[in-house]
Write a protein that binds this ligand. Structure first.
Ligand code: NAP
Length: 378
């Protein structure tokens, strides 16, 4: 790798995305304050007090994006009759993704100027399962939009665990590759733990290796998984408070549910982690200010299962009659929720941007590590 001196003042800014953020005393604290809090996009100041110029922000969103962030409440269900409902706010991912893209683009450009090397992400795909291929293509597209190079490693579906591990180790050894992501699920004959354990921790941009997972749970700095990071980005962008709230995460998968529960806990939410043996689920979800869905089960959450005014973050990606749908039933949820992420158009575009930011963070960290190693030797 050709290196010039790294301007280290950029490092904390770039690393910011993978830190647990400080509490913001200007954010709304109660559910009613939250419902009233104005939406904003990157054209609006993010400081709480200034963002209260809400109506002009909404107008700007309408003018620039061509849609309104709010909807009109429809008829309520029998269960909710008599409750004073406020139209739910739709937490669209596009403005959040756009803001992160601009940050990452700037950081990637600085990295190239300072090192002469493009930040680079490698994807490893075994086989050609359509969802994984589509995710690989989405990643490639997102990286290109941010000025990050993409190395596409494609292995046959019959590739053995050893062969996949060898590919990962080759990427670990390459100075011009800064991040490695394995596209899951791997074929059933592959030992997944062996593969994810082979990613060197500094290149583990999706935070799935045992080392990264352990550091996340210990509250140590590391690269956090991009999907739950995207959930936090959305909550922060729309100024939905997390600290002091009750959160329920539905799904205990290693990629979304478990790390989301850990990140919400680190942000001082009181978190309940639910799964397929949680019976009845609605007893838990009705208690929550924030419900996170990561089950991959379409229509799992109905409006009657949430507290009126709750925020719903839906990570579910399911295909039904050729359409992508989430884990929430959108019609009943939009009548009762205070805010919710739509599917499609909610969490997914933010996930690829969180991955892009992790890649630039990893690239800077590797250069800093390289410099301290060489300084130690001289
Ligand atoms: P996973 O590892 O298969 O985990 C699914 C979890 O959901 C399991 O813990 C399972 O419980 C639980 N579950 C399934 N059905 C349930 C039910 N009826 N009630 C309660 N819990 C139930 O899945 P994953 O990889 O975490 O992915 C979860 C979803 O997120 C999928 O739809 C995936 O496509 C999506 N995803 C979205 C993004 C994004 O950017 N939006 C990124 C990655 C993944 P048990 O543990 O008891 O089996």
């Amino acid at each position: 790798m050709r290196l010039r001196t790294v301007v280290t003042r950029d490092l904390p800014r770039v690393l910011r995305g993978c830190q647990i953020r400080e509490k913001d005393p200007t954010l709304p604290k109660t559910a009613s304050e939250r419902v009233r809090a104005p939406e904003h996009d990157d054209s609006c100041p993010r400081i709480g007090a200034l963002a209260l110029a809400g109506s002009s922000c909404s107008e700007l969103i309408r003018q620039r994006v061509g849609f309104s962030d709010t909807i009109t409440a429809g008829p309520v269900s029998a269960w909710a009759k008599g409750i004073n409902l406020t139209p739910a706010k739709i937490l669209r991912g596009a403005p959040v993704a756009r803001r992160i893209r601009l940050e990452v683009e700037t950081a990637a450009r600085s990295f190239v100027e300072e090192t002469g090397v493009l930040p680079t992400l490698a994807t490893v795909l075994a086989g050609n399962a359509p969802p994984s291929s589509a995710y690989r293509d989405a990643i490639s597209h997102a990286m290109e939009a941010c000025g990050i190079a993409h190395v596409d490693v494609l292995l046959p579906v019959a590739a053995t665990t050893g062969r996949i591990v060898e590919s990962v180790e080759r990427l670990n050894d390459r100075d011009d590759v800064h991040g490695v992501i394995i596209l899951l699920p791997l074929p059933p004959h592959v030992h997944v733990l062996d593969v994810i354990s082979s990613i060197t921790p500094t290149k583990d941009v999706d935070g799935i290796s045992p080392s990264s997972v352990g550091r996340l749970h210990l509250g140590l700095p590391t690269l956090y998984p991009s999907t739950p990071l995207a959930g936090l980005e959305i909550l922060d962008h729309y100024q939905i408070p997390v600290a002091g709230t009750r959160a329920v995460v539905v799904g205990r998968g290693n990629v979304v549910g478990k790390p989301m529960a850990a990140l919400l806990t680190a942000r001082d939410a009181t978190v309940t982690l639910c799964h397929s043996r949680t019976v009845p689920l609605e007893v838990e979800t009705r208690m929550a200010d924030i419900v996170v869905l990561a089950a991959g089960h379409p229509g799992l959450l109905h409006g009657e299962m949430i507290k009126p005014g709750a925020t719903v973050i839906d990570f579910g990606v399911n295909v039904s009659s050729g359409r992508i749908i989430g884990d929430a039933d959108p019609e009943s949820i939009e009548r009762l929720a205070g805010a919710y992420t739509p599917v499609p158009g909610g969490t997914t575009p933010v996930t690829t941007m969180a991955l892009a930011r992790n890649t630039v963070t990893a690239a800077y960290a590797q250069v800093a590590e390289f410099q301290s190693t060489t300084a130690g030797k001289s």
